[in-house]
Design a protein around this ligand. Structure first.
Ligand SMILES: Nc1nc2c(ncn2[C@@H]2O[C@H](COP(=O)(O)OP(=O)(O)O)[C@@H](O)[C@H]2O)c(=O)[nH]1
Ligand SMILES: [Mg+2]
Length: 310
């Protein structure tokens, strides 16, 4: 399987899907593909949607897709779910939630599981987004679960990050405060049709007020109900408002630089690591570990010895 750069640039569904598979399966063509995509990027707006499992992220997206489609925008979704590498449970949920859009030619939905290593997943997600971007898609959305390192990385690389919580997650919010505060451009309290939404709203607003000092963008706090289709237009408006803010303050270029930096670091780390682990070094590590435990040097010492091997 190889990629069809012309097909991608023309927005052909099959070509896009093939390219995404190359990235997801970490096939050897990735380097050539990402190289070919570079130079065709910068059109799309990138949005990160994160929050605990079951908060209603996919349901909200389903609603947002509808609003965006009405204005003729094309949409590419990337669901990143490190929590379910095997079952695909959440991913199945995403499919069900956004099912009605699967047949729409202007909507692309793709799930990415982790396949073993977490490292590189955020870069893979960015590469997938680059495929969408080069294909001329307008709005790219990363859906991620929680606020682990991968989510933070994905979110940091998005232009606008939306943190979705539910009325019940009051304690969670307290616990995740630092991480959430760092990444959220917009807070959404979904399932506002349930009790406790106003209390959660006040708590989050209180947190936002506390941090106000440094930044000149104050994250709005919104209440939505995805199942009742309430608050969706306002969410779409706030996303647009944040985009304008980024544009007016030359911040989009910073986001591009963040993504670029992340990728370069990933490529360099990859290359250094694979250059380092020669057969000779692997063998030395193995034979050392096979010694009686008291004869094994400390990791630091062994690493020093490994470095000395030419
Ligand atoms: N009551 C209520 N339930 C919702 C709302 N939004 C989503 N749900 C339900 O919450 C569950 C999880 O939704 P989903 O979109 O898959 O959450 P995700 O894991 O964050 O993507 C589903 O059963 C949805 O029907 C809402 O606004 N109100
Ligand atoms: Mg989901």
């Amino acid at each position: 399987m190889t990629f069809d750069i012309k097909g991608i640039l023309d927005g052909k569904r099959l070509a896009i899907s093939r390219a995404l598979s190359i990235i997801e399966n970490q096939r050897a063509e990735i380097d050539a593909l990402t190289d070919a995509l570079h130079g065709h990027l910068g059109h799309a707006f990138r949005i990160g949607v994160t929050g605990p499992p079951g908060a209603g992220k996919s349901s909200l997206l389903d609603n947002l897709i509808e609003v965006w489609r009405q204005t003729g925008k094309t949409i590419g979704i990337i669901s990143v779910d490190p929590t379910s590498p095997f079952s695909g449970g959440a991913i199945l949920g995403d499919r069900v939630r956004m099912m009605r859009h699967y047949k729409d030619n202007g909507v692309f939905i793709r799930s990415m599981a982790t396949r073993g290593s977490l490292g590189g997943l955020s870069v893979r997600a960015q590469d997938a987004a680059d495929v969408y971007d080069a294909a001329g898609i307008d709005m790219i959305v990363f859906e991620t679960v929680g606020v682990g390192q991968v989510e933070l990385d994905v979110a940091k690389a998005a232009d606008t990050t939306i943190v979705v919580i539910v009325p019940e997650s009051g304690d969670e919010v307290q616990a995740m405060k630092a991480g959430l505060m760092e990444i959220a451009d917009i807070f959404v309290i979904n399932k506002a049709d349930r009790a406790g939404a106003d209390k959660a709203f006040r708590e989050v607003r209180g947190m936002v007020d506390l941090r106000l000092k440094q930044a000149d963008w104050k994250p709005p706090v919104l209440k939505t109900s995805a199942i009742k289709h309430e608050g969706i237009d306002e969410l779409a408006d706030q996303i647009e408002r944040h985009r304008e803010y980024l544009e007016q303050n030359d911040l989009l270029i910073r986001k591009f630089q963040d993504r670029f930096r992340m990728k370069i670091r990933d490529i360099i780390a990859d290359r250094l690591s694979s250059d380092f682990w020669t057969q000779e070094r692997k063998n030395l590590l193995d034979t050392t570990l096979n010694r009686p435990i008291e004869a094994i040097p400390s990791p630091v010492r062994l690493a020093q010895t490994l470095f000395k091997i030419k």
